[in-house]
Design a protein around this ligand. Structure first.
Ligand code: SF4
Length: 302
């Protein structure tokens, strides 16, 4: 189950890459820019601005979509089943209503990904698995990544590592670069923002660092969560204590995903302005570059 293939990306690994976005997430961080990835099943997005007032096509297809007294479309999301959502695919003429998520086989996905093989090879790029949390579908990732390796194509995965270790073990031989999140080191603060166990993430990261070919730690710097010197220094300390890890990317919080929360009828619980603390990021960079345990190369990524 995936929801997008983004071609010609240059942000999620080396060179020119295709990003395969898989559905389902085990953390549900409130700042996520892909909230449509959270559910492992199909999701329905509705953009009221695009809805045609003289159209009833979606209401004819579903008993759970109606117009209220003001002629505004209402969707009873609690009652919609996966089948109901599938029946709404391609119904809307204006793309006001769109279905997120599609099931395809390994062969079908490989065929799409291999279309850009010449670009991957020329640019030393490849294929990146993202999400959602791609390691919730380890069989799929492992099968596609091994096929890419047979073609001489580099593979990377973006993961929060909040999955059973056996899922990681399954894909480990087939992944060249691990882009792994390390969002916090304080379990209580982490738990008050995300659903999950920081202990599991740290334990997986420590094990992974002993086996992975390459790891890049990624830290979303989020207002009110970890945008302070103490939190960032502790994250850098943790990274410096790992085997085989000398690269860390700081990802300053932005608000580009807010609109999607409206389309999904989900509340947005984070700040409505991007992070603006350049001094904090510079302090973190210089702390990492002179770290007594292991020098960490920090990049600030947009
Ligand atoms: S099918 Fe699309 S345009 Fe027509 S009523 Fe539904 S959301 Fe609006």
């Amino acid at each position: 189950m995936y929801f997008n293939i983004q071609r010609f990306s240059t942000h999620d690994g080396d060179g020119i890459r295709s990003i395969l976005f898989l559905k389902g997430c085990s953390l549900a961080c409130p700042w996520c820019q892909n909230p449509e990835s959270r559910s492992p099943d199909l999701s329905l997005l509705y953009d009221q601005r695009l809805c045609l007032s003289d159209c009833n096509l979606c209401q004819d297809k579903s008993d759970h979509i109606n117009r209220d007294d003001n002629d505004v479309l209402t969707i009873d999301r609690d009652c919609l089943t996966t089948n109901d959502i599938e029946n709404l695919r391609d119904v809307c003429p204006s793309q006001a209503l769109t279905v997120c998520g599609k099931e395809e086989t390994v062969d079908e996905l490989c065929e799409q990904l291999l279309k850009d093989k010449p670009f991957y090879l020329q640019s030393e790029g490849g294929v990146t698995f993202s999400g959602g949390e791609p390691l919730l579908q380890p069989d799929m990732v492992s099968a596609i990544a091994s096929r890419m390796h047979e073609e001489g194509i580099n593979t990377a995965v973006e993961t929060c590592l909040h999955v059973p270790w056996k899922n990681i073990e399954k894909v480990l031989p087939h992944i060249d670069c691990w882009l792994t999140d390390l969002k916090h080191t304080d379990n209580d603060i982490f738990l008050s923002w995300a659903h999950g166990s920081l202990k599991r993430i740290h334990s997986n990261l420590e094990k992974l660092a002993k086996h992975a070919k390459r790891i890049i730690i990624r830290v979303p710097v989020v207002p009110g969560f970890n945008d302070n010197e103490v939190a960032l220094k502790k994250i850098i300390d943790f990274a410096a204590g790992l085997d085989n890890c000398d690269e860390l990317h700081l990802l300053p919080y932005h608000t580009l995903g807010i609109n999607k929360y409206q389309l999904l009828d989900m509340p947005y619980l984070c700040a409505d302005k991007p992070l603006n603390k350049p001094e904090l990021l510079e302090t973190a960079c210089s702390y990492a570059s002179t770290h007594p345990v292991q020098t960490i190369n920090v990049k600030i990524r947009g």
